[in-house]
Design a protein around this ligand. Structure first.
Ligand code: G
Ligand code: G
Ligand code: NA
Ligand code: MN
Length: 254
């Protein structure tokens, strides 16, 4: 309850920030895009993990405001990068499945694209499966509308929790992100390696871009590249960074 009130205050005073984590092509190492992740440093509570405050926001209905704020902030940042000549091809924004109950979401996004002047393919929306998708038909309809507009759709945290094979087959997504929990066993456990390999093949056969999250070591990078996983994201390349630091990271990385 204290957290809910503090979050309301943080939203009202614009205290949430987006950090950006680079994603690179596994074969060439060039920049594929960035994932926008919400950060909240409260004056009295200190750093509050999104894992905690997103769950609270979903219970209290504040998730709606957070989703719209993060879409707006990410699109504005993308417009800024374009103006500054920083070549970030795509920004991915996390949305809760609850947003896909709202049939006005595609119009909100198209107005945002028009307002910021960024191309639709420079935005991807990750369905971050914190909760069960409860209205499946409507979720498909809303996601399909976004795809028709040219916006990317990604299935986050694949292989854990609510992120299931039936969703991968049923939802109009063009990207799948292998959950980072698989990365720990990748080097040492043969079964984990077989599962990750199978997910890469499933993604490929569905025509999707396959992203591996939580890549921390060279050996993981090598194995994933060998499996023909398309895109890698993790501390090995960079932790999530403030927008200003991303440009510097990119300049040093190139
Ligand atoms: O960045 P970090 O590992 O602390 O994020 C924890 C979880 O919170 C991750 O599952 C991430 O997807 C989620 N998350 C981070 N930012 C957002 C956001 O803006 N919206 C939603 N819905 N989830 C987010
Ligand atoms: O659930 P989601 O995949 O959106 O979570 C992304 C979160 O994972 C981010 O908050 C980020 O801080 C964290 N993260 C990113 N890269 C790594 C990594 O290499 N290792 C670990 N343990 N966490 C990571
Ligand atoms: Na995510
Ligand atoms: Mn994820």
């Amino acid at each position: 309850l204290i957290l809910a009130a503090a979050l309301r205050d943080a939203i009202a005073h614009d205290r949430l920030r987006l950090f950006y984590q680079p994603q690179v092509h596994a074969c060439s190492g060039t920049l594929y895009g960035v994932e926008a992740l919400s950060r909240w440093i409260d004056p009295s509570l200190g750093f509050v993990s999104p894992a905690r405050f997103i769950a609270v926001a979903e219970e209290t209905g504040q998730i709606e405001a957070i989703g719209k704020w993060s879409l707006r902030a990410a699109c504005r940042q993308m417009a800024q990068w374009i103006r500054d000549g920083v070549e970030v091809p795509v920004v991915s924004v996390n949305l809760s499945p609850l947003h896909f109950r709202d049939e006005t979401l595609p119009r909100f996004v198209s107005e945002l694209l028009a307002e910021t002047g960024i191309p639709p393919h420079s935005l991807t929306i990750e369905i971050t499966e914190s909760t069960m998708i409860d209205n499946y038909d409507r979720t498909i309809r809303v996601a399909q509308r976004l795809r028709e507009m040219g916006v990317g759709m990604s299935m986050d945290d694949f292989g854990t929790g609510f992120s299931s094979l039936s969703n991968l087959a049923g939802l109009p997504v063009n990207e799948v992100k292998i959950d980072r929990s698989f990365m720990t066993g990748l080097e040492s456990i043969e079964k984990v390696r077989a599962v990750v390999m199978a997910v890469v093949r499933i993604g490929q056969s569905l025509g999707m871009t396959v992203v591996a999250e939580g890549v921390e070591h060279e050996e993981q990078r090598r194995l994933l590249a060998e499996m023909e996983c398309d895109v890698l994201q993790g501390y090995m390349f960079s932790k999530p960074l403030p927008a200003e630091e991303l440009a510097a990271w990119f300049a040093a990385y190139q």
